[in-house]
Design a protein. Structure first.
Length: 152
């Protein structure tokens, strides 16, 4: 995530990954304030065994795109809700990447963080049958939790 203030949103991704027992790192890496840290992380992520990067950022939200410009790993961008533009600035910054530098853009805020983690689980499940089965079970439980009729 780009800053400590992004944690209330990004902790939702971490909770999902923990629930699937997926080992993951949580780091503060700012594209603007810690560019060397960002570069080193993105450059070495693949050789360290990282498979997917979930990058949450607000405002100018350059972290996902800059990470994608360095790493060949899939990057899932979570736009953090900003004070001034309610996350629209973050969303557009993450979504409007130039051709050739893909970033998977998710919804603004908590839903985006949760869905980024679930998308990561789904991607990792392609080559991990156990994880794929856990994900299918999670989806099935979610579906069965929806009532057919409203409660009175």
């Amino acid at each position: 995530m780009g800053s400590q203030s992004d944690w209330p949103t990004m902790k939702n991704a971490s909770k999902i990954l923990k629930s699937f027992k997926i080992t993951h790192e949580v780091k503060i890496i700012s594209a603007h304030r810690t560019p060397k840290r960002m570069f080193e992380f993105a450059e070495k992520a693949e050789q360290r065994g990282i498979k997917i990067i979930i990058a949450g950022a607000g405002g100018a939200a350059h972290l996902p795109g800059m990470t994608a410009s360095i790493s060949n790993l899939p990057i899932l961008g979570v736009p953090i809700e900003s004070k001034k533009l309610k996350g629209l600035d973050s969303l557009l910054s993450i979504a409007q990447m130039p051709a050739g530098i893909p970033v998977g853009s998710l919804a603004v805020g908590e839903a985006g963080a949760i869905n980024a983690a679930l998308l990561a689980v789904s991607i990792l499940g392609i080559e991990n049958n156990s994880l794929q089965n856990k994900y299918k079970l999670w989806r099935s439980k979610q579906t069965s939790s929806v009532s057919k009729k409203p409660s009175k």
